[in-house]
Each structure stands twice: as structure tokens, then as C-alpha cells.
Design a binder for this molecule. Structure first.
Ligand code: SAH
Length: 253
């Protein structure tokens, strides 16, 4: 009669052990399902990126092999806010916070191609934004200098670029109107915000033989994407490439 409670105890213990075990497997099952769903729900970014290059760049007028390679490589979805990740490889520009945008992939490729870069070039970008354009440039040339006027954007971009292993990009926070005098001259300058006129310091910091692309035109309107070339004798040649819309080039204060 003494053995019964022990047995009862034992079986109760067994039941609760089994319950615990079942609970545990239920929890593990739920966790597994969660992970699977996460993987399932995640778009295939590399595949979306290849498709972006085919459908948005090659189908238009982007032909430069090195530019296509760079856009096939840089993980654009890591440069947009999380809630826009799924749209990172679609055609339009996307918000990146602070009222600014990441340019559409085609515009990034077009402006990059227009600069006719070679590996040894030193490039200046005005308007770091997310850092995406800087990363694309860094795939093509030895050194990239990029300036952002909005501090939180510049800081986030610098962190992101470092995390992605881009060691040939320097980010600076200040008014890009003044360029980067200590690093001048530059073989190429790219301005990714719409200016009302050509900033003279940038023209001065262009090397002989250098190229600059910059959207120029009236505030808030359609601007002209200008290609400026400084010839060996210092003469400037200005060419209009296409009408474009860009967030405005702002000044300190
Ligand atoms: N190239 C960016 C897109 C930039 S949007 C990218 O790949 O994500 C234009 C950026 O230019 C904005 O972040 C804006 O804050 C910045 N900007 C505007 N005026 C500027 C100035 N005077 N100097 C530096 N950056 C400026």
C-alpha cells in the first residue's frame, strides 16, 4: 500500500515530463515555422538585382560593362529603410528619411556611365544620402570622397559603408558647395542633388581632363542633367544629357 503513492508520483512525474516535452517540441516547431516563414517571406534579392540590371538598365542605354557589373553587385536593399526593402530593386527612387531619396537605379547607372571612369580615378560625390551611389563608384575606382549636408544621413551612410567593407570611401559632413579642397583635384565629380547653378568651387576642383555630372536648373522644377568636361587647356565644355528631377541642393543656413 506504500508503493502506490510512489507509483502515482512517478506516473504524475512522467505525465508532466511528457507534457513538458510536448510543449518544448511545440515551441521548437513554432520556432522552425517562424524561421521558415521568414526565409520564405524574404524576396530573392540577388535574383531581383539581376533582373533590375536586365530590365531597367540593359533594356535602356546602359552598355558599359563595368557599370553593369557594379550594379549587379552592390546590395541596394541594404541601402533603403527596412520597410522599403522589397521595393529596393524597382524602378522609382525611394525615400531614405529626412525628406531625401535614393535615386532610381537607372539614374545611378546613367550618371556613373556618363563619367567614363577608369580604375585609377579619384572621384568626389556631393549628396551621400544612403551611400548607394558612393558604393557603386567604389566598385569602379580606387578612391571615392563623398559629402553629405544632413548629419544623420551622412553618419548612417558611413556606418553602412564600413559594415559592407568599403574601405576606399571617405564620408564627410558639411556643405558640399565648397567641395573638398584638401583632396582636389578630382578626375570626376558627381552631384546627386539639383543645383540652381554650377558651384564654382566644384568647377575649380575638377582636374584637367576631368568630368562632372550635375543636375542644373530652377528650384523644384525639371532640371538639365549637365555633363561638364574640363579640357587639357582648362577650357570647359558643357553638354546637356537629359531632363531630370532631383531633390534640391541645399546650402548651410
Ligand atoms: N546619392 C544618394 C542620393 C542622394 S539624394 C544615394 O545614392 O542615396 C541627395 C542628397 O544630397 C541628400 O541626401 C541631401 O541631403 C544631399 N545634399 C543636398 N545639398 C547638399 C549639399 N550642399 N552638400 C552635401 N549634400 C547635400
Amino acid at each position: 500500500s506504500r508503493s502506490l503513492p510512489v507509483q502515482q508520483d512517478f506516473s504524475r512525474c512522467f505525465v508532466s515530463l511528457r507534457k513538458a516535452f510536448e510543449m518544448k517540441s511545440l515551441i521548437s516547431l513554432a520556432l522552425c515555422l517562424g524561421v521558415l516563414k521568414g526565409l520564405w517571406g524574404q524576396p530573392d534579392f540577388p535574383q531581383l538585382r539581376q533582373r533590375m540590371v536586365r530590365e531597367q538598365l540593359q533594356s535602356r542605354d546602359i552598355v558599359e560593362g563595368s557599370v553593369l557589373r557594379a550594379l549587379r553587385k552592390v546590395p541596394r536593399h541594404l541601402f533603403v529603410p527596412e520597410k522599403y526593402r522589397a521595393e529596393a530593386y524597382s524602378d522609382p527612387p525611394l525615400p531614405i528619411g529626412e525628406g531625401q531619396t535614393i535615386s532610381q537605379p537607372y539614374m545611378v547607372a546613367f550618371m556613373t556611365q556618363a563619367l567614363r571612369l577608369k580604375g585609377s580615378d579619384k572621384v568626389l560625390e556631393i549628396g551621400t544620402g544612403s551611400g548607394y551611389q558612393a558604393a557603386v563608384l567604389a566598385e569602379l575606382v580606387d578612391s571615392v570622397y563623398t559629402i553629405e549636408i544632413v548629419e544623420p544621413l551622412g553618419e548612417a551612410a558611413a556606418k553602412r559603408l564600413q559594415a559592407l567593407g568599403y574601405e576606399n570611401i571617405q564620408v564627410r559632413i558639411w556643405d558640399g558647395y565648397h567641395g573638398w579642397p584638401r583632396q582636389a583635384p578630382f578626375d570626376a565629380i558627381i552631384v546627386t542633388a539639383g543645383a540652381e547653378a554650377l558651384p564654382q568651387p566644384l568647377v575649380d576642383q575638377l582636374a584637367e581632363g576631368g568630368r562632372m555630372v550635375i543636375p542644373v536648373g530652377p528650384h523644384q522644377g525639371v532640371r538639365d542633367l549637365v555633363l561638364l568636361r574640363k579640357k587639357r587647356n582648362g577650357k570647359l565644355v558643357r553638354e546637356s544629357l537629359m531632363p531630370v528631377r532631383f531633390v534640391p541642393f541645399t546650402r548651410e543656413n
